[in-house]
Design a protein around this ligand. Structure first.
Ligand SMILES: Nc1ncnc2c1ncn2[C@@H]1O[C@H](COP(=O)(O)OP(=O)(O)O)[C@@H](O)[C@H]1O
Ligand SMILES: [Mg+2]
Length: 327
């Protein structure tokens, strides 16, 4: 019997186009001997075609498992995962809570700090906060300072401020995208990414280094310029790679992730210290995306990675069945 997989893709997010590419790559890699794929395309306005998943148990008899290939808002943030829970369907990737908290750059850091994991110094501001926000921030954090909307991706709304005037402009920009703004100490150094795969006993891939072509890895660099480079395996001492992989697994566990996650790091050149920057619960999955490339390098080719993710979704669903929801 073939496994009937619903691939949900597109989405009401700035990463709609990337999702289309990721989904085509995922579908192309699913062996037709093993899988029967149904497409659920969500357009930029949030409408599903040819039909939507029904939010009721038993309401989707044509689906064995859902593979959400969505990035960013309404896809990676727990919202669509809530629908799969209501529908009582197995799905690939993080659950509602892990998705939502990983999306929030403040909550995610708090959870990591609670576990003793290294994150950069940061502060949170409210969009409509009182008084001289920029001066308050500058009194507490050294420049350069990164300013980010708390819940977004693709570097949208993110600025690197070098002085008070830039900081004021950066806060204004970030406030257009979120009520909650995260400001962070800027790390002068290098950037790395590490793939994680599994449920209870997750494993980390060989990491890679990302070399932005600009001052930081901004939207243009990610999607338009095509000049950023990646180095796999990274040029780093072996013990630092081991430590990065350990931290990636610890971060994955700390946020309660399942299936897959890509943990991104900043390494401060002056101190050699590693900081967890963020975890992406549905990282890019195109044929040239780093998550599958890192796993391929580590020994799991793209097709097998898909098989494993579907298995992990089924496993977690079976475990959940042992849970009582009523007296
Ligand atoms: N504290 C920081 N210090 C140095 N660079 C940073 C810092 N925070 C973010 N960056 C740079 O900005 C980019 C985007 O920030 P990130 O938090 O990863 O947001 P997104 O979720 O949009 O990818 C990073 O890839 C990195 O290049
Ligand atoms: Mg990032």
């Amino acid at each position: 019997m073939k496994t009937r997989v619903a691939v949900v893709y597109g989405g009401r997010s700035g990463e709609h186009e990337i999702s289309l590419l990721s989904a085509e790559a995922v579908i192309a890699a699913m062996s037709p001997d093993k899988y029967e794929v149904t497409r659920y395309l969500i357009d930029k306005e949030g409408h599903w075609s040819p039909r939507a998943i029904v939010p009721e148990p038993g309401g989707n008899p044509e689906i064995d498992v859902v593979f959400p290939v969505l990035h960013g808002t309404f896809g990676e943030d727990g919202t669509v995962q809530g629908l799969f829970e209501l529908a009582d369907l197995p799905y690939v990737g993080a659950n509602v809570l892990a998705s939502a908290l990983s999306m929030d750059k403040d909550v995610m850091k708090r959870v990591c700090r609670e576990q003793g994991l290294p994150v950069v110094d940061w502060m949170v501001l409210e969009r409509d906060g009182e008084g001289s926000a920029a001066a308050d921030v500058a009194a507490k954090l050294p420049f350069p300072i990164f300013v980010k909307p708390a819940n977004l991706g693709s570097s949208v709304g993110i600025s690197k401020a070098h002085d008070l005037a830039e900081l004021e402009a950066a806060l204004k920009l970030a406030a257009e995208y979120d009520r909650k703004i995260v400001v962070e100490r800027g790390i002068e150094g290098r950037e790395f990414e590490c793939g994680v795969l599994g449920n209870e006993n997750p494993a980390a891939s060989v990491p890679c280094e990302v070399l932005p072509s600009r001052e930081f890895y901004d939207y243009e660099d990610k999607y338009e310029l095509n000049l950023a480079k990646t180095v796999l395996p990274p040029v780093l001492p072996a013990d630092e790679i081991v430590e990065m992989r350990r931290l990636a697994v610890e971060c994955f566990k700390a946020v309660g992730c399942s299936g897959l996650g890509r943990v991104d790091f900043l390494r401060e050149t002056a101190t050699g210290k590693l900081f967890i920057n963020e975890i992406n619960t549905l990282p890019g999955f195109t044929a040239i995306s780093m998550y599958p490339k890192m796993w391929e390098y580590t020994g799991i080719p793209y097709g097998q990675l898909i098989d494993r993710l579907i298995e992990l979704a089924m496993e977690r669903f079976e475990q959940k069945k042992a849970t009582r929801f009523t007296r």
